[in-house]
Ligand binder design. Structure first.
Ligand SMILES: Cc1ncc(C[n+]2csc(CCOP(=O)(O)OP(=O)(O)O)c2C)c(N)n1
Length: 389
C-alpha cells in the first residue's frame, strides 16, 4: 500500500522513496489483505484482546493528558495514534523477552503487566520509573534519546552468552526489543547499536516508530532514505510495516523475534505511523504542522480501522463494545484514584536506587544534601520565628 507515503497526499516533509513494500494486512478502510510472507491466524478472542488493549491504551492517554491539565502530573507524553504499533509489537513478545522502551511506549508497559499508576508516577515526579525490570522484562523508560539502544544490544549479547538463544526450546530462547523513534535514528548511538547488533548477531529487534516528527523536526531532516533501508547498511534485514495496522505489526514483529530467538540475528522494523497529539503536554504542534496533515492521518486511525474489520467479520458486536467502554471507564477511575493517592517521596530517597549496593560517592552526596536540607529547614523556621517576634 502506498497511500500514506506516495502520491499527491504525501507531505513535503516525508522522506521520498517507494513504500509499496510496506507490509499491511488491513487497509485503511479495515479491509483484510493477504501478504505472501507475513500472516497471522488469530482466534476471535485474541483479536478482541488486541482491540481491548488499544482501547485501554487510548484511555490511558486521554486520562494522562487530563491529569496533567488538572495539575496532577508534571508532564504527559502521549501515545494517541501509535496504539497499533505499540500493542502489536508488545503482544509479539514472550514472557522471557526483555523490552527497552522510550518514554512514549506505554502500550509496551501495559502489555507486560506494569501497573499504569506506576507509569504515571514517573510523570507525577514522585518516582524515577522504578518498576522491577526483571519481574516485567521491561527496562525503565529512557528519556535520553537513543540511550537505551546500546544497553539493549549489550543485554542481547548477554542473553546469547547465557546460552538462551537458538536452543530450540520456546520457553528458553530469548530476544530483546529496543524501541526507538524516527528522531533517535539521528543519534550516533543508533548507528553504533545497529552495527554491534549485526556484527555479533545479537538477538535484538529494533522497533522504530516513525511517527513522522521528532518534536518539531520532520523525518526528512533525520534521513534521506526511508528509515528501514538503513538496516541494509548495518547488515540486517529492514522491514517496513504499516504501524497503524495492529495485525501487520504483530505478524512482522513475531517473525523478527522468532528469528532473533532462534539465533538468526537482529532485524530493524520501521513502523510507519503518526503521533496524533502533541509531542508532550509542553508542546504546541500547531506551530509546526498543518491540521490537514493530522486530518489525513485521522482517516488511518489504528483503532477505527481494526474495529471496522472486526465488525465486518461479525466478531465485534454492540454488547462487547459496551463492556469494553465500561472496562475503560473503570480503568480510568482506578487510574485517577491511584495517581491522586500517590505519596510524595522523601527528597533524600533519590539517592537510594542509584546503585544496588552502597557507593561511597553517592553516600557522601546524600549526606551533603541532607545537611543542606536541614540548614534550609532551620533558616525557614528561623525566618518564621524572626518574622513573628
Ligand atoms: C540526547 C537527547 N537529545 C535531545 C533530547 C530532547 N528531545 C526529547 S524528545 C526529542 C525528539 C525525539 O523524537 P523521536 O526519536 O522521533 O521520538 P518521539 O518523541 O517522536 O516518539 C528530543 C530531541 C533528548 N531527550 N535527548
Amino acid at each position: 500500500m502506498s497511500d500514506a507515503a506516495e502520491g499527491p497526499d504525501r507531505a513535503e516533509h516525508e522522506v521520498p522513496g517507494r513504500h509499496d513494500d510496506m507490509v499491511q494486512l488491513l487497509d485503511q478502510h479495515g479491509v483484510r489483505r493477504e501478504h505472501p510472507e507475513h500472516e497471522v491466524d488469530l482466534e476471535p478472542e485474541e483479536l478482541l484482546g488486541l482491540l481491548r488493549d488499544m482501547v485501554v491504551l487510548r484511555r490511558l492517554d486521554t486520562e494522562g493528558e487530563a491529569l496533567q491539565r488538572q495539575g496532577q502530573l508534571g508532564l504527559w507524553v502521549g501515545t494517541r495514534g501509535q496504539e497499533g504499533a505499540q500493542v502489536g509489537s508488545a503482544q509479539a513478545t514472550r514472557r522471557q523477552d526483555h523490552v527497552f522502551p522510550t518514554y512514549r511506549d506505554h502500550g509496551a508497559a501495559l502489555a507486560r503487566g506494569i501497573d499504569p499508576v506506576h507509569v504515571l508516577s514517573l510523570f507525577r515526579g514522585v518516582d524515577h520509573g522504578g518498576w522491577d525490570p526483571v519481574e516485567h522484562g521491561v527496562h525503565p523508560y529512557t528519556l535520553v534519546i537513543a540511550a537505551q539502544l546500546l544497553p539493549a544490544v549489550g543485554y542481547g549479547m548477554g542473553v546469547q552468552r547465557d546460552g538462551a538463544v537458538g536452543t530450540g526450546d520456546p520457553a528458553r530462547d530469548t530476544a530483546v526489543v529496543a524501541y526507538l523513534g524516527d528522531g533517535a535514528t539521528s543519534q550516533g548511538e543508533a548507528s553504533e547499536a545497529l552495527n554491534w547488533a549485526a556484527v555479533f548477531q545479537a538477538p535484538v529487534v529494533f522497533f522504530c516508530q516513525n511517527n513522522q516528527w521528532a518534536i518539531s523536526e520532520p523525518v526528512a531532516r533525520q534521513s534521506t532514505v526511508p528509515l528501514h533501508r538503513r538496516a541494509e547498511g548495518a547488515g540486517m534485514p529492514g522491514v517496513l510495516v504499516d504501524g497503524n495496522d495492529v495485525l501487520a505489526v504483530l505478524a512482522v514483529t513475531r517473525a523478527a523475534l522468532e528469528r532473533a530467538r532462534s539465533g538468526g540475528g537482529p532485524t530493524f522494523i520501521e513502523a510507519y505511523t503518526y503521533r496524533m497529539g502533541a509531542h508532550t503536554t509542553a508542546d504546541d504542534p500547531t506551530r509546526y504542522r498543518l491540521s490537514a496533515e493530522t486530518e489525513a492521518w485521522r482517516e488511518k486511525d489504528p483503532i477505527d480501522r481494526f474495529r471496522t474489520y472486526l465488525r465486518s467479520e461479525g466478531i465485534l458486536d454492540d454488547d462487547y463494545e459496551a463492556a469494553l467502554d465500561a472496562e475503560a471507564d473503570e480503568f480510568a477511575a482506578r487510574l485517577r484514584a491511584g495517581v491522586i493517592a500517590l505519596v510524595d517521596p522523601e527528597p533524600v530517597s533519590m539517592f537510594d536506587h542509584a546503585y544496588a549496593e552502597p557507593h561511597p560517592q553517592v553516600l557522601a552526596e546524600r549526606d551533603e544534601f541532607l545537611a543542606a536540607w536541614e540548614q534550609h529547614d532551620r533558616e525557614a523556621h528561623g525566618e518564621l520565628v524572626g518574622g513573628a517576634s
